[in-house]
Design a protein around this ligand. Structure first.
Ligand code: FES
Length: 108
């Protein structure tokens, strides 16, 4: 597997505790910044047609879907709150000189 990273955004584009939609290899992703650290998952909720970038971070590392309020752990992609059952995919993140890079291949 080729270890490729794509530049997706600048760290200053995401507020602390906020989200940002971006794209890696034609996949829409959602970036999160919590405690100064950046996380990335697919942007589409596994329960329906909702953009997680329109949701809210709750309880530090959980993203709440804006449509039915299901939640996912942004560190692992695990579905932790109903009605979500299926995990979402996560991406490795690197920040170099303020630029955010995602590895093209999801972690899970
Ligand atoms: S679409 Fe996300 S919880 Fe239903």
């Amino acid at each position: 597997m080729v270890d490729e990273w794509d530049k997706v955004a600048h760290i200053e584009e995401i507020d602390e505790g906020g989200t940002l939609a971006a794209e890696v290899e034609d996949t829409e992703v959602c970036l999160y910044k919590v405690e100064g650290k950046v996380f990335a998952t697919t942007n589409k909720c596994s329960h329906g047609e909702a953009s997680l970038a329109d949701g809210m971070i709750v309880d530090d590392f959980l993203i709440e879907c804006p449509l039915h309020e299901g939640t996912f752990d942004i560190r692992t992609g695990a579905a932790v709150g109903a009605p979500c059952k299926a995990a979402i995919r996560c991406f490795d993140v690197q920040v170099k000189e303020g630029v955010i890079y995602l590895r093209r291949e999801p972690v899970n």
